[in-house]
Design a protein around this ligand. Structure first.
Ligand code: GTP
Ligand code: MG
Length: 198
């Protein structure tokens, strides 16, 4: 599959600095190091579009990428990184929640979950908060190439089970590996449907 036309537009620390809200927009969120920036590179097929790092805490601002001239993908800072000072963490948290609540052209948030580990309280709480605020989201499990399929599937099932304690209708989920390109087609198809229907 060919790479998409993709260009970095700008980094913002508040919603008012983001590009004009005149195109369909999808954002990627999840724990630090879960693979948000890597997934953006994998989906677009442009290797170093979003900056990645093996050290958590790499993405620190709201980064807009214009794709195929008509929609935005947004890379956000991660949550739950223990080594960031509390004040800095609070700043990132406020920045991302303000963005998710206020950005008028934001159609969906993709919440990334590491499929190698059992359900984490911090992810479940994050998803719960999205739900209570009525922010539409999908789940994307990452790093599938790093787990044995049976274990990965159990972690995915357990996460959805944990959610079903609170929610009657569960969000759709996708399985991905940025390393292998797994899930690219399905996610691009979904993004197409979402942005066409907006
Ligand atoms: P922050 O910006 O710090 O919040 O992190 P992030 O969620 O953007 O993660 P990033 O994309 O920078 O990836 C973190 C590390 O995980 C990097 O070393 C990536 O190469 C690695 N990684 C990301 N996705 C995958 C994947 O699907 N498979 C494997 N094996 N490694 C991955
Ligand atoms: Mg990042």
């Amino acid at each position: 599959m060919r790479p998409l036309k993709a260009e970095f537009v700008k980094s913002a620390s508040v919603v008012s600095q983001c590009p004009p809200p005149n195109k369909p927009e999808l954002a990627f969120i999840g724990r630090s190091n879960v693979g948000k920036s890597s997934l953006i590179n994998m989906l677009t097929g442009v290797k170093r579009l979003a900056k990645t790092s093996s050290t958590p805490g790499k993405t620190q601002l709201i980064n807009h990428f214009l794709i195929e001239d008509h929609w935005y993908l947004v890379d956000l800072p991660g949550y739950g990184f223990a080594k960031v000072p509390i004040k800095e963490k609070a700043k990132w948290e406020k920045m991302t929640w303000d963005y998710m609540e206020e950005r008028e052209n934001l159609l969906y948030v993709f919440v990334l979950i590491d499929c190698r580990i059992p359900p984490q309280k911090i992810d479940l709480e994050f998803v719960y908060r999205l739900g209570t605020k009525g922010i539409p989201f999908k789940l994307v499990f990452t790093k599938w190439d790093k787990v044995k399929p049976l274990k990965g599937q159990k972690n995915v099932n357990d996460f959805k089970m944990a959610l079903s304690e609170t929610w009657e209708i569960l969000p759709e989920h996708y399985i991905t590996s940025s390393e292998r390109g797994l899930g690219r087609l399905e996610l691009l198809q979904l993004i197409d449907e979402i942005s066409e229907s907006s």
